[in-house]
Design a protein around this ligand. Structure first.
Ligand code: THU
Length: 140
C-alpha cells in the first residue's frame, strides 16, 4: 500500500475515537476499513451496561460495510488507548480476527496498527491468526 493511503486510513481511524462509547472501560478504539472497491468504512467500540453486548471498533466497521453490500476487503487500520491516548498498538481481539477470517484472504489482508501517522506497523491476517478456521474449511 502507498504511504499516503495508509496515512489517510490512520487519520480516519483516529477521528473515530471521538465517537467511541466507553463509559465502562474508558478504552477508546477507532478503525477504518478499506474495501477492494476503495470505499472506506469506519468503526468505533460501543460498550454496554451488560458488558457482553459490547462491540469492538473493528467489528463495527466490518458489519457496517457488509450490511451495505461489501464483502471484499484490502486493509483495516486500528488505533486505540485508554482515554483515547495512543501509546501502544491496539491489536485486534480474537473475536475480531475471526470476523476478519470470514471475509478476508489471510495471506493478503493488511492490518495496520498505529499510534500516529508516522508510527505504524502492518501485519497480514495470517500473521495475527495463524492456521485460522474460515469458510474454506467448510467447503465440500
Ligand atoms: N476493543 C476493541 O474495540 N477492539 C479490540 O480488538 C479490542 C477491544 C474494545 C472493547 C472494549 O470496549 C474495550 O476495547 C476494552 O476491551
Amino acid at each position: 500500500m502507498e504511504t499516503k493511503q495508509i496515512q489517510e486510513m490512520i487519520d480516519v481511524a483516529i477521528e473515530q475515537l471521538a465517537f467511541s462509547y466507553t463509559p465502562y472501560s474508558g478504552f477508546k478504539v477507532g478503525a477504518s476499513l478499506l474495501t477492494k472497491s476503495n470505499r472506506l468504512f469506519t468503526g468505533c467500540n460501543i460498550e454496554n451496561a451488560a458488558y457482553t453486548p459490547t462491540n469492538c471498533a473493528e467489528r463495527t466497521a466490518f458489519f457496517k460495510a457488509v450490511s451495505e453490500g461489501e464483502r471484499e476487503f484490502q486493509a483495516i487500520c486500528i488505533v486505540g488507548g485508554q482515554d483515547g491516548i495512543l501509546k501502544e498498538y491496539a491489536a485486534p481481539c480474537g473475536v475480531c480476527r475471526q470476523v476478519m477470517m470470514e471475509f478476508c484472504n489471510p495471506h493478503t489482508f493488511q492490518i495496520i496498527l498505529a499510534t500516529s501517522r508516522e508510527q505504524y506497523e502492518i501485519f497480514t491476517l495470517e500473521e495475527l491468526l495463524p492456521k485460522g478456521f474460515g469458510p474454506d474449511n467448510l467447503a465440500s
